[in-house]
Design a binder for this molecule. Structure first.
Ligand SMILES: [Zn+2]
Length: 289
């Protein structure tokens, strides 16, 4: 079911219209569910201007996108109906769609959704992860590096769960290890980084059956520890925009990017093993009973 944000009646038809009030979700660009909060509370949406350009080739986004498609294909059958919450510029949804999944893609940011339109995504929704209009609607729900932006993590996970059909699969990623906290987390407006046991508990408290919690991107642990230590030494001397530019400068050198991409991409071959057992991100797969 997809529910009317004004009266909670079921929405129907290709434009997702309400039968009991005058609400229609389709605004000609996407389905707009009139979320009650602003993206500004959780994220600087101008970041999407940089990401739209960087994501296709940037080593981290490229390696993550390919790895997550492997994870989806391992746990969710082809042509399943999949919701991505926090789709950003839409590159991940686009790759899932190209692999044959029936993608619905959602974000709170109109800027992000504008870029997703440019990426030719269909079935776009403007929603808040804290108040999703979907109940038992999707075979799989995915949300990559979103939950750490929202103070009420538990509510986010419960909303993602409620969007799943019984037996449906939830796949999420979050930043790992509080010890790796650095200026990048502050620039990205993260609320926290998670220990593996904390993510496991969060999912179990939402009455989900945890299939796996594993760490990703081992090659980035030492650079991230070094960056976190460097931030502690001199982080306070630089403004947020200067620090953001320093991070972005590391996105560009082609050789570094290619080496880093290869170092992360190797983990695609380790997905059926317990290795590497350490990393800068956590991946969780869980099922709604
Ligand atoms: Zn209504």
């Amino acid at each position: 079911m997809i529910l009317c944000p004004r009266c909670a009646n079921t929405l129907e038809g290709p434009r997702l219209s309400c039968g009991s009030c005058d609400f229609t979700a389709d605004n000609g660009k996407w389905f707009d569910f009139e979320p009650g909060e602003s993206i500004d509370s959780f994220f600087d949406e101008h970041e999407f201007d940089h990401r739209f350009v960087a994501e296709p080739t940037h080593y981290w986004f490229r390696a993550r996108r390919e790895l997550l498609l492997d994870v989806l294909q391992k746990h969710v059958s082809p042509r399943s109906r999949v919701l991505e919450v926090g789709c950003g510029c839409g590159y991940t949804s686009k790759s899932f769609s190209a692999a044959g999944y029936d993608m619905w893609s959602a974000d709170l940011s109109e800027n992000a959704l504008g870029y997703s339109v440019q990426n030719s995504l269909q079935q776009l929704c403007r929603v808040s992860i804290t108040d999703l209009p979907f109940k038992e609607e999707f075979d799989a729900v995915v949300s990559f590096d979103v939950v750490e932006h929202i103070p009420d993590h538990r509510r986010c996970v419960e909303q993602l769960r409620d969007a799943l059909v019984p037996g449906g699969t939830l796949i999420i990623t979050v930043p790992a290890h509080p010890a790796l906290w650095g200026s990048w987390d502050e620039i990205q407006r993260h609320v926290r980084r998670f220990r593996p046991s904390e993510l496991q508990t969060l999912l179990e408290k939402a009455e989900l059956e945890v299939v796996t919690v594993r760490q990703l991107f081992a090659a980035l642990v030492l650079p991230a520890l070094a960056a976190a230590a460097w931030d502690r030494v001199r982080g306070g001397h630089r403004g947020g925009e200067q620090r953001a530019d320093e991070h972005r400068a590391m996105w560009t050198p082609a050789l570094i990017s290619q080496v880093a991409y290869q170092a992360l991409a190797v983990e695609r071959r380790l997905l059926n093993t317990p290795f590497p057992g350490v990393g800068t991100s956590l991946l969780a797969v869980a099922r709604r009973p």
